[in-house]
Ligand binder design. Structure first.
Ligand SMILES: [Ca+2]
Ligand SMILES: [Ca+2]
Ligand SMILES: [Ca+2]
Length: 138
C-alpha cells in the first residue's frame, strides 16, 4: 500500500518538474527575443529574432536554408543514423517553406515569423506578452 502511494507521488512530481522545466525554457527563449526587456515582444523584435535564427540555420551563409542545413542546425538526425539518411520533414520547416522547394529563403522565414506572431498575439495588440508566449494556444 505504502509502495503504491510512493510511486504515484514520484510520477506526479516528475510531471510537474517537466512542465516547470518546459516553462523555464520558454521563458528563457522569451528573454532572448525581448531585447529591450520590457516584457513584451514587438513585431520588430520578432523579425530580428527570425533573422538571427535564419543566419544560424544558414550554415554555409548563402542566404538560403536548405533542408539539410536545417537538419544539421537542429540536430534532427539521430547520431546513430547514416550521414545522409533521410529525415522526415518537421511541420516547422514545412510551414516556413511556403513554396515547398525544400529551400527556405529569408523572406519565407520572416513570413512564417509573422504568422507565428499573429497566432501568439491572442489579444491582437501587436505585442506578444510573456503569458501569450509561454502558454501554448490550442
Ligand atoms: Ca545555406
Ligand atoms: Ca522555399
Ligand atoms: Ca498581445
Amino acid at each position: 500500500m505504502k509502495k503504491i502511494l510512493a510511486i504515484s507521488m514520484v510520477s506526479t512530481f516528475t510531471l510537474t518538474g517537466f512542465l516547470g522545466l518546459a516553462q523555464a525554457y520558454e521563458e528563457s527563449r522569451f528573454l532572448g527575443i525581448d531585447r529591450n526587456a520590457d516584457n513584451m515582444i514587438s513585431m520588430e523584435e520578432a523579425a530580428d529574432y527570425r533573422t538571427r535564427l535564419f543566419k544560424e540555420y544558414d550554415l554555409n551563409s548563402d542566404g538560403k536554408v536548405e533542408y539539410e542545413e536545417y537538419i544539421q542546425a537542429e540536430s534532427l538526425r539521430p547520431a546513430t543514423a547514416a550521414a545522409n539518411s533521410e529525415v522526415p520533414v518537421p511541420d516547422e520547416y514545412r510551414q516556413m517553406d511556403s513554396d515547398g522547394d525544400t529551400v527556405v529563403t529569408l523572406e519565407e522565414a520572416k513570413a512564417a515569423g509573422v504568422e507565428r506572431f499573429k497566432a501568439l498575439d491572442k489579444n491582437a495588440d501587436q505585442l506578444v506578452s510573456k503569458e501569450e508566449f509561454v502558454n501554448p494556444g490550442l
